[in-house]
Design a protein around this ligand. Structure first.
Ligand code: IVH
Length: 767
């Protein structure tokens, strides 16, 4: 192994050599010793990463031990030269985030939730609408327990387990291959499997193993786990596979990712096949032919829940026919063909000690309940969200009453619930136990952090601080978001550290741009960072290096890091993929500015018209009032706006939020200062589809007979086409069904190609 020799050799050179290959420490000068210690540190680190993170050792255990012994011998002879990052202080495992990252070949999706029988009926109805199927067309669904563990993706190549990855953010997970291999129900080899097979499922811990583990932990004075899911997650995400092996974990297979050949043509068939290949599949899985059967199976599983021996938190329904699953496809993070029917949340009563107001990154004032600690579903809860001021007052955002209009007051007895691992919420209040002196909660109308006005905009249930960048709470939250894992992820500069620097007088970080001139400012300081308590040479150097490492940043991460309202990771990736460069994105946002105003005016005018019409008992005339708001808007701005909201995954609220952020002077200047210091990496556009409709702008009009509008749109977009709502000079193709009206005439006038539904299907190869 060439690399093993490199690792050894890197440490070996220097000094007179004895028969073991090492120079006697007594013969070395301090300079030589220091150099050798530095080479040893590099070699040991390389070996550590290769072993623990990549699971691909580059030197033998014996060679590794020899390097460590040599390191220790030199440190003994030259104690003053012992490095801060000395291998002697580590126990083999690399510090902190030691798992390698794995990009999932296919994103790991999550599931939409159903909380009532009506939600289940609506799930089926939605699928029928999407597919254009009548109510009585036969449709089959599988129903199976939703295991409360953590999901894992296992990749087999040529029948051999080559990789195991956690879900992570769905796009990128952690490499836990060595740990997964210690789980007995995960086969290392398969026979008769497709050449490439990614099996997905849930790692979980059984109740008896959980109890035994906690008893051992308690005896050893170690951490006790709150529930089997935390224990399973903590056990799988161990840097030392030996620890994982000592904890009994199990794995149920219920889905798949990349495949070189289909497993079957139904969901149930595919699961059966996984069972035959040697995976545990859940025995409570059933095929149902109606929502009534699905709900009956849900009730059976709910009744058996306590005797299963492992935790489940609901029942998952999946459309059985895989061809139909393909037609339905995915929303941004969830499939349209599956849903999780959750069990009712766990409840407990406790007293509300106080209400704190937290100010978030976008200025939202969020009320947080401080509770007398209470156990809900095995977890001690002392905070819960109260959503917003309307929720406290007993009103829903549309003005209707919640909890029968009962408000929540400090001192009240309140009912707390937890569903899954989400933040606890408050459901009800007991008026019989209300203290006589309890008064309604006065929601602040100024920001508790900066004193600026906190206002509610029309249609927004949230009150927001108007302080923008002058509000310290918003600024800190923005910085915390900026350095977060999915954003800049700067090693050694996490949430705690940005708070430290935010409050620091001599080397402050008040906005993201300040991070990237931290080192330059430090150079001009009398007291250097390296000389401060808690820092030191190495950590200051490492911090500056980690910052330098992130000066080059992929466009999607930069967009996400800005923390713009409504722009999450998925929207950021959609924007990056579409615009590919920062300059193109900014140009488009700037160009769309006048149209965003018109869009908001049109929305306001529509609301007013609806109200006026309702008062006068007449039909609302929406189109004319909306059109009026758009009067006089520069067509170029309108086109830029259409292009922005036409991007797959980007709606009007994202577009408005982008435009608003970029037009605020202080905000814009702050972004410009940041970007001036970065090299933004263009994000490659998705591989150009070879479909003849890729890159074309298509409009559908009239009645479609073989698919629904939603399906036609999703399918066209999947092939790389843009689907627009109206015909313009930019339209390439109009697909017109029977009853096509003005759009067809306009297209003919503009000389745009018009085809019917069958032509369309044969064009995209679906005929
Ligand atoms: S199917 C594309 N089936 O629930 C659909 N998920 O809330 C992939 N889960 O991330 C998921 N039991 O970790 C599926 N029987 C089951 C499941 C299950 C548990 C988990 C899974 C998923 C989460 C979504």
């Amino acid at each position: 192994m060439a690399s093993s020799e490199n690792a050894g050799e890197a440490a070996l050179h220097g000094g007179g050599v004895d028969e073991s290959g090492w120079a006697d420490p007594a013969t070395l000068s301090p300079e030589e010793a220091s150099q050798e210690l530095s080479r040893l540190a590099a070699a040991l680190e390389q070996a550590n990463i290769a072993y623990h993170t990549d699971d691909a050792p580059v030197i033998s255990d014996a060679q590794y031990d020899a390097l460590r012994r040599r390191n220790a011998a030199l440190e003994e002879a030259f104690p003053a030269l012992k490095r801060e990052d000395s291998a002697s202080d580590k126990v083999g495992a690399p510090a902190a985030d030691g798992f390698g990252k794995i990009i999932h070949a296919q994103r790991m999706m999550s599931l939409a939730n159903a909380f009532s029988d009506a939600d289940v009926t609506e799930f089926d109805a939605g699928i029928r609408r999407y597919l254009g199927l009548p109510d009585d067309a036969p449709l089959f669904y599988t129903a199976e327990p939703k295991i409360d563990g953590l999901s894992l993706s296992l990749r087999y190549e040529g029948g051999v387990l080559v990789q195991a990855a956690t879900r992570g953010d769905g796009a990128v997970g952690e490499n836990v291959t060595a740990n997964a291999k210690t789980i007995a129900s995960i086969p290392h080899k398969l026979s008769g499997a497709p050449d490439i097979l990614e099996v997905r499922g849930e790692v979980y811990m059984r109740h008896d193993d959980f109890a035994a583990l906690n008893a051992r932990q308690e005896q050893a004075g170690a951490k006790v786990f709150a529930n089997p899911r935390n224990a399973a997650a903590g056990s799988l995400r161990q840097l030392d596979p030996g620890i994982t092996a000592a904890r009994t974990l199990h794995f149920f297979a219920y889905a798949w990712g990349e495949l070189s050949a289909p497993l079957a043509d139904t969901q149930s068939g595919a699961i059966k096949r996984l069972g035959a290949l040697g995976f545990d599949v859940n025995p409570l899985t059933q095929i149902c032919d109606s929502t009534a059967q699905m709900i009956a199976h849900y009730n059976r599983i709910a009744a058996d829940r306590a005797s299963l021996g492992y935790d489940i938190d609901g029942v998952v329904y999946k459309l059985d026919d895989l061809a139909l699953q393909r037609r339905l496809g995915f929303r941004s993070t969830t499939p349209r063909w599956a849903i999780a029917h959750k069990f009712p949340a766990e409840l407990a009563w406790t007293q509300l000690d106080g209400i704190d107001i937290q100010v978030g990154r976008t200025g939202a004032l969020s009320p947080v309940a401080r509770l007398a600690p209470v156990t809900v579903g095995g977890v001690v809860v002392s905070n819960a969200t109260l959503h917003n001021e309307d929720y406290i007052a007993g009103r829903a955002s549309d003005g209707s009453l919640i909890r029968g209009g009962r408000d929540i007051r400090i001192g009240d007895w309140v009912e707390v619930y937890r569903a899954g691992d989400v933040i606890p919420k408050i459901r009800d209040v007991d008026l019989a136990r209300r203290p006589s002196n309890a008064v309604p909660f006065d929601f602040p109308v100024t920001c508790p952090e900066c004193g600026s006005d906190a206002v509610r905009e029309d249609g927004d249930s949230v009150r927001r601080c108007t302080g923008g960048l002058i509000c310290p709470a918003q600024a800190v939250e923005k910085l915390r978001h900026f350095v977060g894992r999915a954003a800049f992820d700067i090693e050694g500069l996490g949430a705690k550290q940005v708070e430290y620097f935010f409050a620091d007088a001599s080397l402050p970080i008040r906005e993201p741009a300040d991070i990237f001139n931290l080192q330059a400012r430090d150079r001009a300081q009398l007291t250097k960072l390296a000389n401060r308590d808690g820092f030191g040479d190495t950590s200051a150097r490492n911090l500056f290096q980690a910052i330098e490492d992130k000066r080059e940043i992929p466009l999607n991460r930069l967009i996400f890091a800005l923390g713009i309202r409504h722009v999450g990771e998925v929207a950021a990736a959609d924007l990056a993929r579409h615009f590919s460069t920062w300059d193109a994105l900014v140009a488009s946002i700037d160009a769309a500015r006048p149209a965003a105003r018109a869009h908001l005016d049109a929305d306001a005018a529509e609301v007013a018209e609806r109200a006026a019409a309702a008062d006068a008992g007449r039909r609302a005339r929406i189109k004319p009032v909306r059109d009026a708001a758009w009067q006089g808007v520069d067509p170029a701005a309108q086109a830029a706006w259409d292009a922005l909201v036409g991007i797959e995954g980007i709606g009007a609220s994202v577009a408005v939020s982008l435009v608003t952020t970029f037009q605020q002077e202080a905000e814009r200047a702050s972004i410009d200062r940041l970007v001036a210091q970065l090299q933004v990496q263009a994000v490659a556009a998705p591989p150009a589809s070879d479909s003849p409709v890729a890159g074309k702008t298509v409009v559908f009009t009239g009645t479609l007979e073989k698919m629904t509008r939603a399906e036609a749109k999703a399918r066209a977009e999947a092939l790389g086409a843009k689907v627009a709502g109206s015909v313009s000079a930019k339209t390439d193709l109009l697909v017109a069904g029977p009853g096509a009206g003005s759009k067809a005439t306009k297209a003919a006038d503009l000389g745009i190609k018009v085809i019917d539904e069958d032509d369309w299907l044969s064009l995209i190869g679906d005929a």
